[in-house]
Design a protein around this ligand. Sequence first.
Ligand code: PBG
Length: 325
Amino acid sequence: MTAGFPALRMRRLRSHPALRDMLAETILEPRHLVLPLFVVPGEGVEEPIPSMENVNHWSVDRLSRIVQPALDAGVKAFILFGLPTYKDALGTSAAEADQPTQRACSFLRERFPQAYCITDVCLCQYTDHGHCGHLTPEGEVDNDSSLEQLARAAVSHARAGAHMVAPSDMMDGRVGRIRAALDEAGFSETAIMSYAAKMSSAFYGPFRDAAESAPRSGDRKSYQMPPGNTREALREALLDEDEGADLLMVKPALTCLDILARLREKTLLPLACYLVSGEYMMLRSAIARGLLDEGTALLEAHRACRRAGADLIITYEALNLARRL
Ligand code: PBG
């Protein structure tokens, strides 16, 4: 047997496009993609977000202009990030019925009954200090008091029509608290997708500009996870499963594919990953400079998420990619 012989045998499986297609192991279709939407107060707003190419701030009355084409391209689900009309220390506006997230839910439910409506549940867009929970007088995050406000926010989303709520705050016990609050309020059909393994990451930078949610002081390292720790990420995710999460998410995506693959081995729940703003802009910037071929690069990056075990991919490329698939 010569040294080159095994490689030549593999080539027989790759020689014809039909056979390559027949043997493709990883399927990526528009139905796997979830499109994030940034919703702002006011009317007639359709403003490009400076930190995120091809991503807009939308007022509720303009949402059809992005939702309709996405549905036409085969995208079935949207995750809403609302920017409120005001911020305070407790994130009061997070749970108010007339804020953009809640209004967008009602709008989507009424106008696009076929669309699946997910909401991000967090306090960072709603607090004047920009942290994902309440703060103690010493400036530490107050885990347990935050849980109550997060639960109120989740219930208000469900009341507005959200099919699924996605807590991204990373407080301990939030999934259980939100599950209990939803059930008590009569929303036992509302699902929970937990940002289960959410790393403390540089790759959220462009999003924090888009959502106006950067912390005024300090960082999120006391509640987001150290990116080097795999066992801790898996424990966090499995705790969320025990607390009643229906779907677990890993975030960021491309820097955490190993976590995703290992979580796939540990749970039977469906999994999602979030190709976050920084990962998105990394790809977009290289594409804009002509360094990467758009179609192939996007396909490769998103297919890698599927290969690692993601059922769903939350991605700012959902519409663009769905059109290419
Ligand atoms: C809110 C939240 C963030 C993202 C999703 N939900 C920001 C953060 O945790 O700092 C990031 C998404 C992205 O970067 O695209 N807590």
